[in-house]
Design a protein around this ligand. Sequence first.
Ligand code: C5P
Length: 223
Amino acid sequence: EAVPVLTIDGPSGAGKGTVSRLVARRLGWHYLDSGALYRAVGVAASWADLDLSDAAALVRCTFDTEVRFREQGEGDLRVLVNGVDATGELRLETTGTVASAIAAIPEVRAALKERQRAFRTAPGLVADGRDMGTVIFPDAPFKVFLTASAQERADRRYKQLNDKGVSVTLDGLLREILARDARDAQRTVAPLRPAEDAVLLDSTGMPIEAVVDKVLSLVRPAA
Ligand code: C5P
């Protein structure tokens, strides 16, 4: 029998990462942060000083970049890029922008396809991204499309960055979020859109725990 997968797709800042991690922990399932793979390639490309318009070099870089996830203590997930802990750099807004440019290259997406599918191991997988339910795991029995208003997504991101002491403006963040959403939704390969069989969940105004419970109820209706 196929290993079950719960896909959680949606735009940046909708809370996918937090919700996916919590749901995976509650189910005892593995977790795939697919955005981290694109971000890791972005970081490796910056380290190598690659030109973002040189698609061939970026594709080679994708094949050459080794990404490992390591859980370090309770819920602290570190990401190693070619053996170097790049967790902090990975989370930067600039890295997200680079990742979104790289993610528009079809050969980059193709190169990462099997690597993502390899995460599907027993007892189950929670996969977080943009195309988990549409392209990578189309046969997943559980699919969620998680959204929130752009304003709320910018507010959440602003608080997160503020807590970390990073200085940003709310306006600038909102603009970046809208630009990245537009790029992710308009690209020709694997554009951001809900799978036909996905459950749409708008988390605007919902506390994280309520979103987690709602998602869990899809996987375990009886619990
Ligand atoms: O989810 P996260 O913000 O980490 O993703 C960074 C970028 O990687 C996104 O803006 C998107 O362009 C790309 N991405 C993607 N497909 C995925 C996950 C992320 O294209 N499954």
